[in-house]
Write a protein that binds this ligand. Structure first.
Ligand SMILES: Cc1cc2nc3c(=O)[nH]c(=O)nc-3n(C[C@H](O)[C@H](O)[C@H](O)COP(=O)(O)OP(=O)(O)OC[C@H]3O[C@@H](n4cnc5c(N)ncnc54)[C@H](O)[C@@H]3O)c2cc1C
Length: 398
């Protein structure tokens, strides 16, 4: 699937129309109340936005990743920031995986309802307490019994579970020690959470102050039955899907950071042009105010160029290593630039930057997650570039 420049332009203005209905006050209230922004999400769902990358034969719009990227960038470029785009982003990652690798049965059963906004597909559960970034070490296990798999295990830092109907869960189908390679033996499952929540899938929220309106939980999975037709891709080969799809996620997370970073800089520039401390000049005239904002802007634009290249390579099914290089680099530079942009924008606003009413500190809090461990950390990106691109030896693990 691909998207034309016209598609991207039209979708940007439609998202902005929706965002105009949710002002700064809306996001501040949700933030303070730690409440999932359901009204906003329902608005996106009922206007078909969650169907953007679902093929037309299943009732979606059939757009490619450039459109999805524009949607997420626009949402993050609002007072809600990248916390707002994170309240929906996994649906796009999940749709991409299901469309590419799901069975015909699972696609016809679920995609039309997801496209209609009747089912929310926002859970993507990979991380486990003892594995962290070492994904092959996950130990949630799926045992085959007739036409079903029975899942048992524990996940951590799983976002949006509270409000989702469907999700993707990664589990081992061959134990780590019995696998011919450590990357072998993981399988992905499409899981219907509606009846399972509170019974076979229990969760306990992890309170956090950085991204307050997106719930994140420890998840306990006990004897969860999943029909065999809900296996995504080939049994035991899910790790390779996770790796490939992580590039999509990294490029799309870069988009969110680009949207948020540009928004805070514009906000800071507006403020600086008005604020006079030592008359007659506004603080915008000081180079100490200008340089950090200009520097962050350049880095965001560099991130946008890398992101565009990553999306183009993904859509054209280019060489895997090249896709990995561009999507990792885009995430690395865009998310760091966003974090710095938010920080410098707060400095520009002096004490006022700390006020919830200015919206910038909300962007800054959410930016920390993506500049740090969210989805992939800068360490792991540098590991990837050093070993896979520069050909240096791996410094860790067996
Ligand atoms: C708010 C939030 C929401 C999340 N949502 C989800 C979700 O919905 N689904 C999901 O599956 N996961 C989710 N995650 C998990 C997240 O994406 C990371 O994958 C996870 O946090 C990493 O595991 P860990 O925290 O145990 O870190 P660890 O793996 O323990 O890493 C700790 C530190 O050590 C560094 N480190 C580890 N290994 C190496 C190495 N080889 N070389 C150099 N440095 C290294 C890391 O970079 C990091 O700085 C979420 C996390 C957070 C905080």
């Amino acid at each position: 699937m691909s998207s034309s420049v016209n598609d991207v332009y039209l979708i940007r203005s439609s998202v902005r129309e929706i965002l105009d209905r949710y002002d700064s006050r809306y996001w501040a209230v949700k933030d303070e109340a730690r409440e999932y922004p359901l009204e906003f999400i329902r608005d996106l769902e009922s206007n078909g936005f969650m169907a953007a990358n679902i093929p037309e034969e299943y009732g979606g719009a059939g757009y490619g990743l450039q459109v999805v990227s524009a949607v997420l960038e626009e949402i993050a470029s609002s007072p809600g920031g990248s916390a707002a785009s994170s309240s929906v982003h996994a649906a796009y990652f999940n749709n991409h995986i299901l469309v590419r690798y799901g069975s015909a049965e699972a696609k016809s059963k679920y995609l039309p309802s997801i496209a209609q906004g009747e089912l929310r597909f926002q859970v993507y559960a990979v991380t486990e307490p003892h594995a962290g970034f070492n994904t092959p070490r996950i130990s949630t296990f799926a045992r085959r019994e007739g036409d079903y798999y029975i899942l048992n295990g524990q996940k951590i830092f799983i976002s949006r579970l509270k409000h989702s109907d469907l999700g993707i869960i990664a589990a081992r189908t061959t134990p780590y020690d019995e696998s011919p390679r450590k990357t072998h033996g993981i399988t992905l499952f499409l899981v219907d959470l509606r009846k399972a929540k509170g019974k076979n899938v229990r969760y306990s929220e992890i309170p956090n102050n950085l991204r307050r309106f997106v719930d994140t939980s420890i998840v306990y999975i006990e004897d969860l039955e999943v029909p065999a037709e809900n296996v995504i891709g080939d049994v035991d080969k899910g790790f390779y899907i996770l790796m490939e799809e992580s590039n999509v996620e990294r490029a799309l997370i870069a988009s969110q950071c680009i949207g948020s970073g540009r928004w805070v800089i514009r906000r800071a520039v507006e403020y600086a042009k008005e604020r006079v401390v030592f008359p007659p000049d506004p603080i915008a005239k000081y180079q100490g105010i200008q340089y950090p904002l200009a520097d962050s802007w350049i880095r965001l634009e560099a991130g946008a160029a890398l992101r565009d290249k990553a999306l183009e390579l993904i859509e054209s099914k280019a060489d895997r290593r090249l896709i990995g290089y561009y999507s990792n680099s885009a995430k690395y530079i865009a998310c760091e630039a966003c974090y710095n942009a938010a920080r410098y924008s707060m400095w520009t606003m002096g004490g006022y930057g700390y006020s919830l009413d200015m919206d910038v500190e909300r962007h800054w809090r959410a930016a920390e997650l993506f500049a740090g461990v969210g989805q992939v950390s800068p360490h792991m990106i540098l590991n990837y570039v050093a070993t896979k691109i520069l050909g240096m030896p791996r410094s860790y693990g067996d």
